[in-house]
Ligand binder design. Structure first.
Ligand code: SF4
Length: 274
């Protein structure tokens, strides 16, 4: 399934080389951020590896964009970037995006969106959450998945952000994942959606499933493995769009059970088409 760019007769210019996983991890740490170009230029050429890429990925991606052109999937209208308001400060918007991502695990988009609307109506700043009782917070976010646990995560994360991060959300993956209830997927999405800094791909269950079906990754068991494999070959310019593209595609066409293969533009090139 995987071929090398060189093997397909393509020029092996620098864009076909990827930095090592360790270097990518360093890039993710934007709290001690160095300019991205400098990090890349420090990688010795002899350590760079040929980038492997799956067959037909350009065509497959183009087909997915075509199938997603109406932008009417739940993620498009109720995703994390929609869970805030225009009349709040940039700092508050960042916080809203982080909170919506914390609420979104194991939860349908419309349930997260409704909970966010109630929270924003109540007042949704770090100080608001610290000053709200657990009981009240629970009543505001119910029925998001694991809502009791998430009440505790939110309260503790807000205290950490106030005491250790100057009352704002952390600006690097390394610090974001230290917040209770925040894993790599949320951290990478927060960096992209809240800070506008793309340091990695947010891989949730939809992205994980679709990538395995398309043969874009090989036999990964966990989303984090999928993220690492995907980042090894997918050109960086696609990292920002790939999460919402694949999430919406997974919500509308490549469903978890009974994917709509006969309607899918990729049915002739997808290794999992039925
Ligand atoms: S052909 Fe089927 S399995 Fe393959 S991407 Fe399309 S919907 Fe998913």
């Amino acid at each position: 399934m995987f071929t090398t760019a060189a093997g397909r007769g393509m020029a092996t210019t620098s864009k076909y080389f990827r930095p090592s996983t360790r270097s990518l991890a360093k890039m993710a740490n934007t709290c001690n951020q160095k300019p991205e170009k400098k990090v890349s230029s420090k990688i010795p050429r002899q350590k760079l590896k040929v980038r492997y890429e799956p067959e037909h990925w350009v065509r497959t991606l183009s087909n997915i964009r075509a199938m997603r052109s109406s932008f009417d999937a739940p993620v498009d209208v109720m995703g994390c970037e929609r869970c805030t308001r225009d009349d709040v400060t940039e700092e508050e918007k960042r916080f809203h995006i982080l909170v919506s991502l914390m609420l979104s695990s194991q939860t349908k988009d419309h349930v997260t969106y409704a909970a966010m609307s109630r929270l924003i109506e109540h007042g949704l700043t770090i100080d608001d959450i610290i000053g709200t009782s657990e009981e009240k917070l629970g009543s505001l976010i119910y029925p998001v998945g694991f809502w009791k646990k998430k009440v505790g995560y939110l309260k503790r994360a807000c205290v950490m952000m106030k005491e250790e991060f100057g009352g704002d959300i952390p600006k690097c993956v390394e610090s974001l994942v230290k917040l209770p209830g925040v894993g790599p997927k949320m951290a990478y999405l927060t960096m992209t959606c809240a800070w506008g800094i793309v340091v990695g791909i947010g891989v949730d269950v939809h992205v994980h499933r679709v990538c395995n079906r398309l043969g874009w990754v090989e036999g990964t068991k966990q989303p984090e493995q999928t993220r690492l494999q995907l980042q090894r070959w997918l050109p960086r310019e696609h990292w920002k769009e790939i999460n919402s593209l694949l999430v919406g595609f997974g919500q509308q066409v490549c469903l978890p059970i009974a994917p709509k293969c006969q309607q899918c533009l990729n049915k002739n090139i997808c290794p999992s088409a039925r």
